[in-house]
Each structure stands twice: as structure tokens, then as C-alpha cells.
Ligand binder design. Structure first.
Ligand SMILES: Cc1cc2nc3c(=O)[nH]c(=O)nc-3n(C[C@H](O)[C@H](O)[C@H](O)COP(=O)(O)OP(=O)(O)OC[C@H]3O[C@@H](n4cnc5c(N)ncnc54)[C@H](O)[C@@H]3O)c2cc1C
Length: 382
């Protein structure tokens, strides 16, 4: 029996714990927060993420809990269309593109799962070796031995930094805001509205609810620590409808989450007996909407490998299969984010808009490539 510790009960950690239920792996999962994190707004799940959800036996439940859309539009901040894409064509039609509340996705991943999470727990010290890992957790005076530790603790992963020197996340100089608003009924296609070095994205969660994501280039953290709601009004009130409508819909109960974009730069997916999944491995800008998708792919692959092969072989195989795909997504997401954020000058905007008109929405082009490389996977019962 393999003894495995998962650090972090976010989307990736829960997904892995779920896949390892009733296997030859004894899982402990710890979470720094004292309960499931309530933070977060919406999560976009492109077709490759929905394919992964089938592996968890959660496909039907996901479709019930989420909003399914078939088109994506890009426009200038004044509403002039730039590009659009239909998701009804192959290979994009391998599965749906859905938008779901983050909270609902976390609940889905826990559906019918017997594994309990140890809340309020975090790793304080680790001795990582070829044989396994001695782990000190904050509320325990003695270290515990695990055959394998999985860092699923997000972009700023402490576990990664304890296992790998100089692996701190790097700031990209972009401030972002996420929130969900209720509005009067209006069917909205997902749309990205592009300003100079700022952008506002709307993804419908239902006919009357939308997940909004806004960002601005902010190399000196000029906007990051200002009160979010007035800042959103200052930066985006000159945008056309439907952004104005979303801003008007913000009320006292709307939770607006502000953050900074960060990325990690790793040459391996594991170090000795500590392996990385999710944002701990590939935190990057959300331009390709691949954050959750990549975490779900990591979890499914790692679960398949460690239940079938000796741990060291499984880690090598995980590295060989995962690293090229993860690297490609990160490089492409960073490149697309740079194109968006270098549009303060008119030549920058001209390049950005020409690329979009020629190639269509960048995330859709990326999904096509990722889907062509995705195997059809057997569905499981929940
Ligand atoms: C609070 C929150 C809100 C988010 N909101 C959105 C959103 O609205 N839209 C969107 O697209 N993406 C959002 N994201 C990011 C998105 O969830 C991830 O990009 C993606 O789903 C990958 O998930 P992950 O599980 O790898 O990492 P994360 O979602 O970051 O989960 C990591 C988990 O590890 C826990 N953790 C961190 N450090 C430690 C530690 N030292 N010890 C133990 N546990 C630790 C965290 O509390 C968290 O539960 C959010 C992330 C977080 C943490």
C-alpha cells in the first residue's frame, strides 16, 4: 500500500483524492484553510476539462450544475467586433465548453467521496529523499513518513518551495478582479472586450448570472491594493454594454476578488518523492482558460500511473507525458497575455487585433491543438 500526502484541497488536490478512492493508495489530504475555500467566482471548463470530468463520473452532474455555451466573441472596448468562434466544429465539439461557479465545482468533486480533508493543516518542514518524505505538519510535534507527497497547493505552493530551491512564483505585473453578478435576463455569449492594456471578460453562468474577469497591466502595483469596486468603475466604465451592465449590477453582496497574475518556471514535474500538480506545477495567466483543465488532466494521469506502476517509474512517466503539454500551455498563455498587455500603444493594438482577426480567439486555437492531442477516455460511474 502506498502512503500518499496531498497538500491542498483545491480543484486539483480534490480531483486526485477522488480518483484514488478505493485503490491501493492510502491518501491523506491536508488544507491550510479551516474549511473549503469560499473564495472564487466562476471557472471556465473548455472541452478538454469536460472530457476529464467524465473520468470522475461527474459528467451529467457537471452539465446540470453549469452553463453550456457554443460561441466566443472578441470585441474592442467600444463594442466593435474583432473575432468570434463557433465551438460546434470538430475537434471542439468533442465535449462542451461550460462555465460553473468555483464553489459548485469543488462540491461536485466531493460528491460521493469518502475521503475526509484535514483542515487547518499545513506543512512546516519536509525531508524529501529518494525513499520517501518525512513531513512536519503545523499541529503535530512528530514528523510522519509518506512514500509520496503531492504538491497541490496552488501557484504560491509552499510544498514546491520546500522541495525545489528557487521555485518561487514570478509576478507578471498584471492585476485582476473576479466576481459574479446577478442581472436582468439576457442571454450573453462569452465575450472578451479589449481596451488598451486592460480587458474585461464576461462568461454566462445562467441567463441571469455572469462571471466577470477584468485585468490591467500593473507593473508597479498601482491598482492592486485600491478598493476593488471603485477601481473597476474607474477603469471600465467607459467600456460599452454589456460591461456597463455588469458594473451596474455589482451591489453590496457582490464579492469581488482582486489578485495578481503569477507564473512558475520548472524544468521537472517532480523532485525525488515530491510531485507537483495543478497551479503548483503550471500557474500561469488565465488567457487560455486552462487552469482547472490542466489540474484535472494532471490528477487523472497521476492517479492512473501510481495505481499501475512502481512509484519511481510512475513519476518518470508522469514527467515525460505531462511536461511538454504543460510547458506548451504555459508558454502560449504567457505569450497571449503579453500581446494583450502590450496594447497601450496603437501599433500594439494593431498587432493584437490583426492576430485575432487572422487566427480567431487565441484560446480556441489552443483548445483545437490540445483536443487533437487528447485521447478519448473511458467514463466512470460516480
Ligand atoms: C480561493 C481561490 C479562488 C479562485 N478563484 C478562481 C476563479 O474565480 N476563477 C478561476 O478561473 N480560477 C480561480 N482560482 C484558480 C483556480 O482554482 C486554479 O487555477 C485551478 O483550478 C487549479 O487549482 P489548484 O487546485 O491547482 O490550485 P488552487 O485552486 O490554488 O488550490 C490550492 C489549494 O491549496 C491550499 N493551500 C495553499 N497553500 C497551502 C499550504 N501551504 N498547505 C495546505 N494547503 C494549502 C489553498 O487554500 C487551496 O485550497 C482560484 C483559486 C483560489 C485558491
Amino acid at each position: 500500500m502506498i502512503k500518499l500526502l496531498i497538500v491542498g484541497a483545491g480543484i486539483s488536490g480534490l480531483a486526485l483524492a477522488r480518483r484514488l478512492t478505493n485503490t491501493n493508495v492510502k491518501v491523506t489530504i491536508i488544507e491550510r484553510d479551516t474549511n473549503f475555500p469560499i473564495g472564487g467566482a466562476g471557472i471556465c471548463l473548455p472541452p478538454n476539462a469536460v472530457i476529464q470530468m467524465k473520468r470522475f463520473g461527474l459528467y451529467d452532474r457537471l452539465l446540470k450544475a453549469s452553463h453550456h455555451v457554443n460561441y466566443l466573441d472578441y470585441a474592442k472596448s467600444n463594442g466593435t467586433p474583432i473575432a468570434s468562434a463557433s465551438l460546434l466544429e470538430a475537434p471542439l465539439n468533442k465535449a462542451e465548453f461550460v462555465v460553473v461557479r468555483r464553489q459548485a465545482l469543488l462540491e461536485l468533486l466531493q460528491y460521493n467521496m469518502s475521503q475526509t480533508v484535514c483542515f487547518g493543516s499545513q506543512v512546516t518542514k519536509m525531508a524529501n529523499s529518494e525513499a520517501g518524505v518525512f513531513v512536519h505538519v503545523n499541529h503535530s510535534s512528530r514528523p510522519e513518513f509518506f512514500d509520496l507527497v503531492v504538491a497541490a497547493d496552488g501557484t504560491q505552493s509552499t510544498t514546491r518551495q520546500l522541495a525545489i530551491k528557487n521555485s518561487k512564483a514570478r509576478a507578471l505585473g498584471v492585476t485582476n478582479w473576479r466576481f459574479v453578478v446577478e442581472h436582468v435576463e439576457q442571454e450573453i455569449n462569452p465575450i472578451q472586450l479589449l481596451g488598451d492594456d486592460h480587458a474585461f471578460m464576461i462568461y454566462p453562468l445562467s441567463a441571469t448570472t455572469s462571471y466577470c474577469y477584468a485585468q490591467i497591466a500593473d507593473p508597479f502595483n498601482q491598482w492592486r491594493h485600491l478598493p476593488p469596486v471603485p477601481t473597476l468603475h474607474t477603469l471600465f466604465s467607459h467600456y460599452c454594454e454589456p460591461v456597463k451592465k455588469m458594473l451596474r449590477a455589482i451591489n453590496d453582496t457582490t464579492r469581488v476578488f482582486a489578485g495578481s497574475l503569477e507564473t512558475v518556471n520548472l524544468s521537472n514535474t517532480f523532485e525525488l518523492r515530491t510531485v507537483l500538480i495543478g497551479d503548483a506545477l503550471h500557474g500561469c495567466p488565465p488567457n487560455l482558460l486552462q487552469g482547472a483543465a490542466m489540474g484535472l488532466e494532471d490528477a487523472n494521469l497521476l492517479a492512473d500511473l501510481i495505481t499501475r506502476f512502481p512509484v519511481d517509474d510512475a513519476l518518470q512517466m508522469y514527467n515525460e507525458e505531462r511536461l511538454p503539454r504543460v510547458r506548451w500551455v504555459m508558454d502560449e498563455a504567457i505569450r497571449q497575455n503579453e500581446i494583450l498587455m502590450k496594447s497601450k500603444s496603437w501599433p500594439g493594438r494593431l498587432i493584437r487585433n490583426t492576430l485575432l482577426r487572422q487566427n480567431g480567439p487565441a484560446e480556441v486555437a489552443a483548445w483545437r491543438k490540445l483536443l487533437l492531442d487528447t485521447q478519448d477516455l473511458p467514463e466512470q460511474t460516480p
